[in-house]
Design a protein around this ligand. Structure first.
Ligand SMILES: Nc1ncnc2c1ncn2[C@@H]1O[C@H](COP(=O)(O)OP(=O)(O)OP(=O)(O)O)[C@@H](O)[C@H]1O
Ligand SMILES: [Mg+2]
Length: 438
């Protein structure tokens, strides 16, 4: 991830930062529990793993995260509303207790043979920490989004991104990353942080597709696809011409009938749901070939992306899209047909963003663009990911897509033939010869 340039400071940057760290912490708690199971089953675990995990939690929480919340975010929310007071009281009490609990845990896990009491303490700790994160994510942060003013955010974001602050500059974030990798590398193979994430509760999974089938008459375009996208992930679906990529996205959007299988999105089975209701739930697609309406103005094209809501309600989204793509604002009254291919792609992505996606579907966004513009489009996708967007990216340009993806799936004639992390797939011989021209 060090290849990624940091995006410009965006409003509510603090929330993105907090959520990023929550995600790591959540995975860590799941791993700690899995390790506890292993130990209970007789496995020996290197005490260095626990030391690294507790160091990470210690530095992250007491070193910065809590202080920033306690000094900036929580007081601001309290100033604007009393609706979160009880939740914040609880969170702050847990913040105060945190260091003490961690000291006790370190004592339990200092030796090579932690006992039953130690394991019980560890499990409780993991559960309490997850409940803490859930309260912040589900109660406090949504309220903060709703009630805090632009000035509040300016102050909070400044505190969270201040480079002069030794505990929360980019250097500190790099340190956390390094520490987290250390924890991952020390984790026992059986629970390596990756697999623990896969095994974890559905909370983290935004989209789960199983056995998806779809046909055009007698042509079976999708022959039982299994695929998963977790919250905040960028997943690439790559494959040659005619592999079924577009059919898959269209089936997911609800505009292509399915013959079998199940689509579970955000905890609900949407396999039979109408396309417009899927948009409402946050599945928004930027289609293959962009499909902008050439005679309509750029702004009208964007507004179409928010057709499920009132124009007034779409105003902040329009602002956001314009902030992201200034050229669209400059030309907003011109017919979309006057835009270059690259700009039309930005427009198609912008239109999808107007629907407030929880899952953004991009079908071949780099198709037909000059190399420099291809780069530009991939920069935009990276930036969206950095801002926390969950993205399913379909590309023939496999190398570029896998290079920025967390995970990838290779599709061949309607079937998933390979899956793995983006880097694993780029390194895979089969993929290299078939798709990367190497
Ligand atoms: N409207 C259609 N009618 C009949 N067959 C179709 C139709 N659209 C696609 N197909 C067939 O379904 C299969 C999957 O096509 P699809 O467009 O989903 O592939 P793709 O991976 O998106 O390809 P590309 O890289 O060319 O966009 C192909 O065999 C294709 O010929
Ligand atoms: Mg296609």
């Amino acid at each position: 991830m060090s290849l990624i340039e940091k995006p410009e400071a965006a409003p509510m940057l603090a929330l993105t930062t907090i959520t990023d760290e929550h995600r790591n912490l959540w995975r860590l708690t799941v791993t700690l529990e899995a390790v506890a199971d292993d130990i209970a089953a007789g496995a020996a675990v290197d005490p260095a793993f626990f030391a690294a995990a507790f160091d990470y939690i210690d530095q992250f929480m007491d070193g910065c995260h809590h202080a920033k919340e306690d000094n900036h975010l929580f007081p601001a929310v309290r100033r604007r509303t009393d609706r979160a007071d009880a939740a914040i009281d609880r969170l702050q009490a847990e913040h105060r207790n945190g260091p003490e609990v961690l000291v006790a845990l370190r004592r339990h896990f200092a030796g090579p043979h932690p006992d039953g009491e130690a394991l019980a303490a560890l499990r409780t700790y993991a559960q309490v920490l997850r409940a803490h994160i859930a309260t912040e994510e589900k109660e406090v942060m949504p309220l903060a989004r709703a009630v805090l003013t632009a000035e509040d955010w300016a102050e909070i974001d400044h505190a969270f991104s201040s480079h002069t602050d030794p505990v929360f500059g980019p250097a500190a974030r790099d340190e956390f990353r390094a520490l987290y990798h250390r924890v991952a590398s020390l984790a026992p193979d059986s629970v390596g942080l990756g697999t623990a994430v896969q095994a974890e509760a559905d909370h983290d999974v935004l989209l789960r597709i199983s056995g998806l089938e779809s046909s055009y008459g007698r042509i079976r375009a999708l022959k039982g696809i299994d695929l998963e996208v977790r919250r905040g992930e960028l997943v690439a679906l790559v494959g040659a011409n005619g592999a079924g990529k577009t059919t898959f996205l269209r089936a997911l959007s609800g505009v292509q009938p399915i013959g079998g299988g199940r689509i579970v999105f955000d905890g609900a089975d949407i396999s039979r749901l109408r396309a417009d209701l899927r948009v409402r739930r946050g599945i928004c697609q930027s289609p293959e070939g962009r499909q902008v309406f050439g005679t309509l103005s750029i702004e009208d094209n964007l507004r179409l992306g928010a057709y499920t809501r009132t124009p007034a309600d779409a105003e902040p989204d329009l602002r956001r899209v314009y902030a992201m793509f200034p050229v669209l604002e400059e030309k907003r009254r011109l017919p979309a047909g006057t835009l270059s291919g690259g700009q039309q792609q930005m427009l198609a992505i912008g239109r999808a963003l107007m629907g407030r996606p929880k899952l953004l579907l991009l079908d071949e966004p780099s198709m037909g663009l000059a190399p420099l513009l291809v780069q530009e489009v991939f920069n935009v996708i990276r930036r969206l990911k950095e801002e926390g967007m969950t993205i399913l990216l379909v590309e023939q340009n496999a190398f570029a897509a896998l290079a920025i993806a967390d995970r990838g799936y290779v599709l061949e004639t309607g079937k998933v033939t390979l899956t793995g992390s983006g880097q694993e797939l780029i390194g895979n011989e089969q993929v290299r010869s078939a798709y990367l021209g190497m």
